[in-house]
Design a protein around this ligand. Structure first.
Ligand code: SF4
Ligand code: SF4
Length: 540
């Protein structure tokens, strides 16, 4: 089905209409554009996950294992025992409705089952029906229902219409985090082989080769050489990019999209120029060549497996600490799960210390991983960078807080501090759409696939709406962000809702503004776009 035109998309979204049927009697409609394709059986098999088979969400028969019900109930029981948060969240919701209109998928679809309160209820009702005495006796009257085949289909539909962004949790007076419920619901569905291809393929490539699209070491190196050619053409300087260098001080891990996909490549060029400027002793690893962790969207075990390789490489290469690039879920994994999930960092790692400013990053004492925005903001605060913000004067910039780095990690000030130092034109989007209350890009948590485009455009609508506001009010034409998924999914979102707004990483703008000793006079930015005033000068 073709994507509806912009003016058509939200025409039948109504927030105030009572549904005709009780929600328990309303089945999801698997309409193209609103669901993701099922996992390829070969990939499911390779990952050692249960029930590899050919199936698709629109099939009547999902070919579940015979004892699927028993598997699901055991999986719920197991998670209730292991995750206190899950047990609590299943228990304490008072149906106050404070979260109801906070989800971008509810705002973009008007579907009541996309209200966070009801999304959690999809699972809670089964927990009540199958595990509580009141639920068994009073059934629907107590908000309980049995686990049925249709419930499994409904879970799949709606737990893959949640980007695990946690916006709802900010507004819940009890701190219920529906993202955690979605994470566990997906994990439970995996146990009967209900999964999506767009998540599992990157997981397999990351586990087997090191990054999401399975780039081999020589391909990584070749890609980077192309980017260095461009840097040389633009600046007259050719930095070095050390790869798998044993004994380097710093291991740099960033999403692989930063060195192979537009517009991430420009962010990568920015990192490389910065490290060259500083004379940093760093290295990339071709094995830990992916910061993004799609295991996080699969199961806790898979998340752990993928993240562990970063530490393994830090150990093998004998680096002192790890610097992480502009990535979203890499940081949520680092900050919310790493300490308790992975145990101590390898012994060779030290508490990160900036070799230029001498700042010791005490907050990274345990993980030994520092975010590139913390690193660069610290350099700017110490006056260590020679910056010419006028080189970004062709851009009027706003900033999208990625859910994982903002709500998941609390990085609010550093990117803004950097942007204010590298750009002259920076405008914030409205207050209730940024920082902790930021709206999701609409395609996170592994939902950035083409077959899901309608739902992506619906889910991304609140974000785009806020961009449109500053686009019209201040002439904003560039959306900066610090997440590779955002860099991949915001361009189509902008093209659809707010044409004329480009998207890129913060370090791309750092790379534009950084005055490198020995560089030639720059006439273009890192995308070969003419700098402001250059065309006029050339025409004189
Ligand atoms: S975590 Fe985000 S996407 Fe999921 S229900 Fe809450 S607001 Fe919606
Ligand atoms: S805000 Fe919290 S307590 Fe209120 S309905 Fe939503 S999840 Fe339940």
């Amino acid at each position: 089905m073709a994507l509806p035109k912009r003016d058509e998309l939200l025409k039948d979204v109504h927030y105030d209409r009572m549904p005709e049927k009780h929600w328990m009697d309303t089945k999801p409609e698997f309409r193209p554009g609103t669901y993701c394709y099922a996992g390829d059986p070969e990939v499911v098999k390779d990952l050692g996950l249960p029930n590899p088979r050919k199936w698709q969400p629109y099939d009547e028969d999902w070919k579940l294992p015979e004892n699927w019900k028993e598997i699901v109930l055991n999986a719920i029981r197991d998670r209730m025992d292991r995750f206190r948060s899950f047990k609590l969240f299943m228990d304490i919701c008072v149906r106050c409705g404070a979260c109801a209109d906070k989800c971008h998928f509810f705002l973009g679809t008007g579907d009541p089952k996309n209200m966070p309160v009801l999304r959690a209820e999809l699972l809670r009702s089964v927990v009540k029906g199958e595990f509580t005495r009141s639920g068994k006796i009073f059934g629907r009257l107590a908000g309980a229902r049995p686990l049925t085949y249709d419930v499994i289909k409904e879970w799949f539909y709606y737990y893959y219409q949640c980007t695990e962004c946690r916006r709802c949790s900010v507004f819940c007076p009890y701190g219920i985090d529906t993202a955690e419920i979605t994470i566990l619901a997906r994990e439970i569905l995996h146990e009967i082989g209900v999964n999506i291809d767009w998540i599992l393929k990157p997981v397999r490539f990351s586990a087997e080769i090191g990054n999401h699209i399975g780039l081999q070491p020589h391909t990584i190196q070749e890609n980077i050489e192309f980017l260095l050619d461009d840097i040389e053409e633009i600046t007259g300087v050719r930095p070095e990019v050390p790869i798998n260098k044993k004994g380097a001080e710093i291991l740099f891990v960033t999403p692989s999209a930063d060195f192979f996909a537009d517009p991430g490549i420009y962010t990568f060029m920015g990192y490389v120029l910065l490290f060259h400027y500083l004379g940093l002793d760093w290295t990339l690893s071709t094995y830990a060549s992916e910061g993004g962790n799609f295991g996080f969207f699969t199961s806790h075990e898979m998340m752990r497996k993928l993240h562990a390789k970063i530490y393994h490489e830090a150990e093998r290469l004998k680096v002192k600490w790890i610097l992480g690039g502009e990535c979203g879920h890499m940081w949520r994994v680092v900050h919310q799960y790493e300490d308790t999930m992975l145990g101590p960092a390898p012994k060779n790692l030290e508490v990160p210390k900036c070799p230029i400013t001498g700042t010791v990053f005490e907050h990274a004492k345990s993980t030994k991983i520092v975010h590139i925005c913390e690193f660069t903001a610290n350099l700017i605060a110490h006056g260590k960078l020679n910056l010419d913000p006028s080189r970004n004067d062709h851009l009027v910039v706003t900033f999208h807080d990625s859910c994982n780095t903002s709500r998941g990690m609390g990085i609010f000030e550093e990117p803004r501090f950097i942007l204010r130092n590298v750009c002259n034109n920076f405008y914030e989007m409205p207050e209730n759409t940024i920082r902790e209350k930021t709206f999701c890009c609409g395609s996170g948590s592994g939902l950035n696939t083409d077959e899901y485009m309608e739902m992506r455009m619906r889910g991304g609508f609140p974000r785009a709406n806020a961009v449109e506001y500053v686009h019209e009010k201040h002439g904003v034409n560039h959306l900066a962000c610090i997440c590779a998924i955002d860099r991949a999914v915001l361009p189509p979102l902008m093209n659809y809702w707010v044409p004329g707004v480009s998207v890129g990483g913060v370090h791309e703008l750092v790379g534009n503004a950084l005055v490198i000793p020995g560089e030639k006079k720059r006439t273009t930015d890192l995308r070969f776009q003419p700098l402001k005033g250059v065309e006029e000068e050339e025409n004189v």
